[in-house]
Design a protein around this ligand. Structure first.
Ligand SMILES: Cc1ncc(COP(=O)(O)O)c(C=O)c1O
Length: 494
């Protein structure tokens, strides 16, 4: 196909150039009706593209024209059999993948560190999760990969499992052996679904020097479906994602009905056009974009590792728990200085104006993309040098509030009800201090990274209660409960 084309973008430009008198939705009429208070900052241009299924602009829910062609171009770039534009993020992609694989009462394997969107998919379809515990890397405390052996074990214990859902790469760049796992899945007649929210760049730059080290994208390794947040690292607007189908085993009719269920009937043309434009850049310049990303991330990693007391992990952590690593992620620890990831992120932002993506008890994660500059890297490195030299590179006593990530020695809470049954069960609100031993009516998800400590339908045990209690007292951010202060929680009546 001609990857120089941008069919949706071209059609929308043509439409706006004609500038027909507009009596459709949206009501702001090109840029005319947008608040000047906003356009003062943005300029007017972009609002012209905020249109709907106007003449020549096709329809996402039944694409026959420019959207269809734009999706086909994307499928070619990602070596997929079929690709769908998503306007509700990988969140809706994960929901649709799960619903297209399992139905009410059926089983699907899901890693415990999956994003909460998987739980939403399970609530929608009524399937039962069989949790896979990721390996834990003893040296770093990072949540590692899911091994093919763990998946094999899952099939032995639950031979009826219809699918396996994986997150690859994780927020921390950790990758599993997708190729072997896809083989295991297919031997058992199950589908492999991959949440590749963070991995859109893994399809580029295979031949160029020094970059063959990156893991390959899931579709290239035999996954049946994957969803990618193009907005996270590959240049489209927030909320725009792609869902790729990689094999003939996927029932695309069922998938399309599910996509109707989880996406707006008024999909944003700004988002879809941004996908078309981002795909164009990747098709033409993806190799160079990734080479630049790797140059920056390697430079940052080498310099950070020279700072006393600060560590940025690289390929040396590959081993049993970490099958492969996306080295464009910078996972940084100042644990040797006695600084928790939470504190490090706060200091980097407040004292040095450096904003990172994620922090946990031990780490911060910086996402490097093609659009970063060496100046950004310099600012990050200088800030870390400043923090280290404040402490003369030595440990501050009694500062880190969490010694171990909870998932390190986390045993699964008792599973009592399926996520869907729990979601629709009668609940009552009780004091958080009385919650131990009760069946959770809502999830408890420290965010980021969005890993549920408890899911609705599971019994709140002492370990989970104590961890959340400390988390709550520290005033940290979590999702799930209606009461954001967690003074109360909904439990399921027994
Ligand atoms: C692993 C993972 N999966 C899915 C999502 C949801 O993606 P989106 O923001 O595109 O809806 C996220 C968001 O952070 C994520 O980290």
């Amino acid at each position: 196909m001609d990857q120089n084309r941008t069919p949706l973008l071209d059609a929308i430009v043509e439409y706006t150039e004609k500038r027909p008198a507009y009596f459709k939705i949206p009501g702001h009429r090109y840029e005319r009706g947008i608040s000047p208070r906003w356009t003062k900052w943005t300029g007017e241009g972009i609002f012209r593209f905020d249109l709907t299924e106007a003449e020549g602009l096709d329809d996402l829910h039944c694409p026959e024209g420019v959207i269809r062609e734009a999706q086909e171009l994307a499928a070619e770039v990602f070596c997929a059999k079929k690709t769908y534009f998503l306007v509700n993020g990988t969140t809706c992609g994960n929901e649709a993948m799960v619903m297209s694989c399992v139905g009410d009462g059926e089983e699907i394997m899901v890693p415990r560190n999956a994003h909460k969107s998987v739980l939403m998919g399970l609530i929608l379809c009524g399937a039962k999760p069989v949790y896979l515990m990721p390996q834990i890397d003893e040296k770093t405390g990072l949540c590692g990969c899911i091994t093919p052996q763990e998946v094999e074990r899952g099939f032995k214990e639950h031979p009826g499992c219809k699918g396996v859902f994986l997150v690859n790469p994780t927020y921390y760049g950790v990758c599993s052996d997708i190729e072997s796992i896809s083989r295991v899945c297919h031997e058992h007649g199950a589908l492999l679904l991959v949440d590749e929210a963070h991995g859109g760049h893994l399809y580029f730059n295979r031949e160029k020097k020094g970059t063959g080290e990156l893991p390959r994208g899931a579709i290239l390794q035999g996954a049946d479906m994957c969803a990618q947040s193009m907005h996270k690292v590959t240049g489209s607007l927030t909320q725009s994602s792609l869902l790729h189908v990689g094999s003939e085993q996927v029932d695309t009719g069922r998938l399309e009905s599910n996509l109707h269920l989880v996406q707006s009937t008024s999909p944003s043309y700004l988002l879809m056009t941004s996908l078309d434009a981002a795909r164009y850049e990747l098709a033409l310049h993806g190799d160079d974009m990734l080479a630049h990303t790797l140059e920056l991330s390697q430079n940052a990693r080498e310099r950070i590792n020279q700072i006393p007391g600060i560590k940025c992990y690289g390929r040396e952590i590959i081993g049993q728990a970490v099958f492969d690593l996306d080295t464009t992620r910078l996972v940084i620890s100042a644990d040797s200085l006695g600084i928790s990831g939470f504190d490090l992120a706060d200091r980097l932002y407040e004292e040095f104006g450096v904003g990172l993506e994620l922090s946990d008890e031990k780490h911060v994660v910086a996402i490097v993309t093609y659009a970063n500059t060496m100046e950004d890297v310099d600012r990050l490195v200088t800030a870390l040098e400043g923090i280290s030299s404040d402490l003369n590179g030595r440990k501050r006593e009694g500062n880190a509030q969490f010694s171990k990530p909870v998932l390190w020695d986390f045993s699964l809470p008792e599973y009592v009800l399926s996520p869907r049954t729990a979601y629709f069960s009668k609940k009552k609100k009780i004091k958080w201090e009385d919650a131990e031993g009760k069946i959770a009516g809502e999830a408890l998800i420290p965010y980021p990274p969005g890993i549920p400590l408890i899911n609705p339908g599971e019994r709140i045990n002492r370990q989970v209660w104590s961890y959340m209690e400390r988390y709550r007292k520290m005033g940290l951010h979590f999702h799930g409960p209606e009461d954001k202060l967690l003074e109360t929680i909904h439990i399921i009546e027994e």
